[in-house]
Design a binder for this molecule. Structure first.
Ligand code: CMC
Length: 438
């Protein structure tokens, strides 16, 4: 076999040692490909070809398990060590010390706000919580039993028709206006979707309340003149929103980025993100956890359920994660929040089943081998249920929390000179060329 000359498909800086040498056994040709940031550029592979009409080597990576599609400075995760940081700050610190709007500011701006910046930011958000009255009519058009996630997704998309200037995504002040509107209006749409389902009149935003307290007011206010949120529950929900605020390139966030890559307005991009979040393997998982715990029904039936999971009949919802191969740090924090919430609401009877499931699973060889640990959704549903939220609202709560992350990632993508319209390649498996007879 002849050893052909070595080609350098990618640019190599003189003296570079971070290189990958690939030998193509089809041609005997070797290639040296630079390694940057622990990655090789997939396009560097396209120069590896067998003939002039060969389109070049591609990678096949369903679910993008091993493909970095973007560069991002927002969130850091070390899945093996169970580390999650927003803009460098450990999740434990921001969850303990910050408000949700402070975290939203951090994700969007890269720095924690000063007191004055936070006051201005909170004030701006507070003054954008109202919805155009036509949006109310739009929500009224849904059937009484419409899933609130469907209402949320459609209503967020509909917002783009109310703010047509949102299309001017290169205009920074205009971009900021849409970001403010989305963060501010998400809880209002969410609460209106709930009240539509239960047939209650809509409760309008109360500017005297903070972001989370106001959301609780819009959810639960009935005849009282002024709704007063319970401070423990208000803070608990705020922590849950913080824990959900960003999680780097998860399914919904990458959906937002993909839609954003076509230069769509942020309402359309976020509506698509809500759609991705709706699925039971993503934000729909907390709803599924509750249904699973209710289905198990008693402690005695836990081993039987575990056996069915191990037999491959079903998945243990709220367990496992694409990135975390140890305990999800958010699940650890949520477990603590659950204890505080239950001091106010009383213990959720499903907690015992959840604890037993966790105990058995963590000791079981199948779960140890597969590195399956509780994820953020395992306990969040129990808290939401104890606070009175129906299960259909669980993914909606996740969406409220995730909105600042979606927007920070959308904007980061937009400003990234490397961004191209997202357009994956495929391996064609259909028939070869054929013709219609006759
Ligand atoms: N129960 C039982 N087995 C599981 C589970 C589970 N929850 N999750 C993964 N496995 C097994 C799976 O059967 C496979 O086994 P094998 O290699 O023997 O075929 C192996 O673990 C790898 O699974 P995978 O589906 O290839 O892993 P993934 O990284 O593609 O999936 C996941 C990640 C979160 C979709 C998955 O763990 C899952 O379906 N979990 C349940 C749903 C859930 O809780 N989702 C919320 C995720 S956290 C919130 C969020 O970010 O949305």
């Amino acid at each position: 076999m002849t050893m052909a000359k070595t080609e350098h498909p990618g640019e190599l800086a003189p003296g570079t040692t971070d290189m990958l040498t690939v030998r193509d056994e089809r041609t005997g040709q070797s290639y040296v490909i630079p390694i940057r940031d622990g990655t090789i550029r997939a396009t560097d592979l396209s120069r590896i070809r067998t003939s002039a009409d060969d389109p070049g080597l591609m990678t096949y990576d369903p679910g993008l398990m091993s493909t970095a599609a973007v560069k991002s400075a927002i969130t850091f995760i070390d899945g093996d060590k169970g580390i999650l940081r927003y803009r460098g700050y450990p999740i434990e610190e921001v969850a303990e010390r910050s408000s949700f709007l402070e975290v939203a500011y951090l994700l969007l701006e890269g720095e924690l706000p000063t007191d004055q910046q936070l006051a201005e930011w909170s004030d701006t958000i507070t003054h954008h919580t109202f919805l155009h009255e036509n949006i109310k009519k739009f929500i009224d058009g849904f059937r009484h039993d419409a899933h609130p996630m469907g209402i949320l997704m459609s209503t967020v998309a509909a917002l783009s028709t109310f703010y047509p200037e949102a299309k001017r995504i290169q205009d920074k002040p205009l971009r900021r206006s849409q970001i403010v509107r989305l963060i501010a209006k998400m809880p209002t749409i969410a609460a209106f979707a709930y009240r539509h389902a239960v047939g209650l009149p809509y409760s309008y935003p109360d500017n005297d309340l903070a972001y989370v307290g106001n959301f609780l007011n819009m959810m639960w206010k009935t005849t009282e003149l002024k709704y007063k949120p319970d401070p423990i529950l208000e803070r608990a929900l705020e922590i849950l929103f913080i824990l959900h605020a960003d999680h780097e390139q998860n399914c919904s966030t990458s959906t937002v980025r993909v839609v954003g890559s076509s230069r769509a307005d942020p309402y359309s991009a976020v509506a698509a993100g809500v759609g991705a979040l709706y699925g039971p393997l993503h934000g729909g998982a907390n709803e599924q956890v509750l249904r699973m715990l209710e289905g198990i029904g008693s402690l005695e039936r836990v081993p039987e359920h575990i056996a069915r999971v191990k037999a491959g009949e079903l998945r243990l919802m709220g367990f496992g994660h694409r990135v975390y191969k140890s305990y999800d740090p958010r699940a650890r924090l949520i477990k603590r929040v659950a204890e505080q919430v239950f001091t106010v609401t009383g213990r959720n009877p499903l907690l015992d089943i959840a604890l037993e499931l966790e105990k058995i699973a963590l000791e079981d060889e199948y779960f140890i081998k597969h590195k399956l640990y509780p994820n953020v959704d395992f306990y969040s549903g129990l808290i939401y249920q104890a606070m009175g939220f129906p299960v259909e609202m669980f993914p909606v709560l996740f969406a409220i929390g995730r909105t600042p992350g979606w927007l920070a990632q959308w904007e980061e993508g937009l400003l990234d000179p490397d961004q191209r319209i997202s357009r994956p390649r495929q391996i064609y498996t259909g028939p070869a060329e054929r013709h219609v007879e006759g």
